[in-house]
Ligand binder design. Sequence first.
Ligand SMILES: [Zn+2]
Length: 200
Amino acid sequence: MFNSEMEPTPKEIDEIKNILRKEGKKDATDEDARDLHYRMVALADIVIDVAVDRARKEKKLKENPDGFPLDNTYTCLLCHDSANQETGWWDKVGPLCLNCRDAVRKRVITRRDIKNKDKAMYTDWELKYYFNIHPATQRKAIRDGRLKARVVENKLGKPHLFVYLIRENQDYLPSPKPGYNRVVRPGDKKSFRAVPVKGT
Ligand SMILES: [Zn+2]
């Protein structure tokens, strides 16, 4: 329907105007149609760039199965920290910070769980976000044996991220996450079946 030139043809302008009219914009002008055309072309360019970049990375992964340093700044799939050329790694599962990459290599966390993270796990900051359980309260629950944590460590061996696998904490952690397929308020404790610790 659209050619790849930035300037739409008169036929394309008419087609876009018809679509806009059908969508309720009865007074759609040529200018509106042109504007939408530019946006769609720009969006298509981005989609193509992303697809080309992914294909390149897949090819590079075949040559480097252990992955390779990031070529740009990404968000770590596991901890959500920003990761760049120095601090990040492109793993089979996608972009990871070096701490999370090492946790995968040491099998603290599996790629399968990262891929399935919405149903498989909570991180420490997610317990705070969804249930308003303070990190200190979480640590106490870990010490008391009520929560089982997988600990992603930093280079110094200090905790970088606590991960709670739902299958290891079924008595305490609901699945799927409250925000998954339904809306809850941040900090809403009511949807938490059994708060690990009270009054701390
Ligand atoms: Zn990370």
